[in-house]
Design a protein around this ligand. Structure first.
Ligand code: IPE
Ligand code: IPE
Ligand code: MG
Length: 254
């Protein structure tokens, strides 16, 4: 069983999110704006990920979820899909030891079944290899879709013959790919697009959103720092209204 890290006090002046999720968007436009092929943008995006992982460790983030490939991305041209698969395989071949040395625990959300078996086995090995690490959980959303995740959860709840009375939000959480991982506090989408694109649609119910106006390969440590600073000033209310303590309504007069 993987070990899950606890929130830690990083000594920051503002509250640091426990879990950040990132929609790493804009690789294609980054490349095209430089007259490069789209795949060059995906390579640059992968390089950037390495820097952001390091920065997250430095800032004391415990969980980082990254959207690497959506269930809808299969609809891209064949060369781009194949190129992306090659890049991901390269990352596992060349970066796994470094991730292990950094204390990163790799997790995967999404479906591995449609993948080439050699690639799938490499992924499974990487998950197993890093499973005892607890400095940062890097949750890779690969062949992931939020609706697909919920459909998968419903199928397994029915297979397990769960009594309808026992179906609660907590139970649903346990059937999602993210079981055991706290909900994201902050979701960042780079590139200027203002949409969720089927990412963590259940888990993001009360996440704070942040949309930096840069393409993913240009989202650097300073950009991350700005995102954290902005998060630190947000007031998360969860539907409540702040009242002086004695007026709080909880069924008892104070
Ligand atoms: C995000 O960058 C990476 C993946 C979807 C794999 P895009 O490839 O979507 O880049 P843009 O949005 O076309 O610029
Ligand atoms: C979301 O970006 C998926 C990833 C970043 C992996 P897309 O570029 O696929 O999303 P849309 O098509 O702009 O909604
Ligand atoms: Mg895009």
């Amino acid at each position: 069983m993987p070990v899950f890290p606890e929130r830690q006090d990083s000594g920051s002046a503002f509250p640091i999110p426990t879990h950040i999720a990132i929609i790493m968007d804009g690789n294609g436009r980054w490349a095209l704006s430089r007259g490069l092929p789209r795949l060059a943008g995906h390579r640059a995006g992968t390089e950037n990920l390495r820097r952001i992982i390091e920065a997250c460790i430095e800032f004391g983030i415990r969980y980082l979820t990254i959207y690497a490939f959506s269930t809808e991305n299969w609809g891209r041209p064949k060369e781009e899909v194949e190129g992306l698969m090659e890049i991901f395989e390269d990352v596992i071949d060349h970066e796994l030891q470094e991730l292990q040395d950094q204390g990163v625990q790799l997790r995967h959300i999404g479906r591995l079944d449609r993948l080439d078996p050699v690639f799938r086995n490499k992924v499974l090995h990487a998950l197993q290899y890093t499973s005892d690490n607890s400095r940062l959980v890097l949750n890779v959303a690969f062949n992931y879709g939020g609706r697909d995740e919920i459909v998968n959860a419903i199928q397994r709840i029915i297979q397990d013959k769960i009594d309808p009375q026992e179906i609660t939000a907590e139970l649903v959480n346990r059937y999602l790919f993210t079981a055991g991982v706290p909900d994201p506090d902050l979701i960042i989408r780079t590139s200027g697009e203002l949409r969720g694109s089927n990412f963590l649609i259940w888990q993001g119910a009360y996440s704070e959103w942040y949309f930096p106006p840069v393409y993913w390969p240009d989202f650097d440590k300073e950009q991350l720092r700005l995102a954290l600073e902005e998060y630190g000033h947000r007031e998360r209310r969860y539907g409540r209204v702040d009242q002086p303590r004695e007026e709080q309504v909880d069924g008892h007069a104070h």
